[in-house]
Design a protein around this ligand. Sequence first.
Ligand code: NAI
Length: 245
Amino acid sequence: MTGRLDGRVALIIGGARGIGGGIATRFAAEGARIVIADLEDADGMALAAKLGASYHHADVSDPAQAEAIVAAALDLHGRLDILVQNAGIYPWTLIEDTSPEEWNRVLGVNLGGCFLATKAAVKPMKAQGYGRIVLTSSITGPRVTSPGHGHYSASKAGINGFIRAAALEFAGCGITVNGIEPGNILTEGMQAHRSAAFIRDMESAIPVGRMGTPKDIAAAATYLASEEAAFVTGTTIVVDGGQLL
Ligand code: NAI
């Protein structure tokens, strides 16, 4: 059986677990060769072993490390077709309590990571004349928000603006740049620590009647990362079970 990503090389940053882990797993099942970058070495190495992928420890907010993981993917596989920048952090802090350091950290990982990874990845993609860039945004920021999410909302709304500008800059080079806006997805980092009562309340607020899963996001990422999505660029797909309706 042929996969939708057969022969493609995919770098998935923030791919050790949660949504990124789901994307890595699906991409591998679709025939891609996977490079995972993350800070969670135990999870990252375990998933890489399961998928026959390679794992690299890297902080995507650091320019040299972002370049190093792209270089590692090129060294291993000779090309880079797909970049997924999914690493994100989600502290809850009211604006008056947010230190400049915390603000910079959230913006630096969530938004800066998208800039740095894209900047590094487009060099080989331009040389190949082919690339798919998929950035994980959120419904929180571009569309809705709540107290405690000032830094996070700014970072995710910023990703959507960046996606449009990058899509325009690289549209003539065979490179598409798109994003996904997840709703409430049950993952280790974001939701799994919530109480059962919180999750029940959340489920009743989602029209399809359940929380999302990493598989739901991976399905959208697979489409955006595939050749079929050649005419889709500069946009985002909302995957939220109808929560915004
Ligand atoms: P998670 O915490 O389970 O996974 C995030 C991964 O990114 C972790 O493996 C973490 O180690 C890695 N990471 C964090 N900072 C990093 C850095 N500086 N460099 C490299 N890797 C780093 O979180 P989850 O829920 O899977 O979220 C993934 C993405 O989806 C994030 O960007 C998040 O903002 C976004 N998102 C999640 C939603 C949810 O409900 N779970 C909703 C909307 C957006």
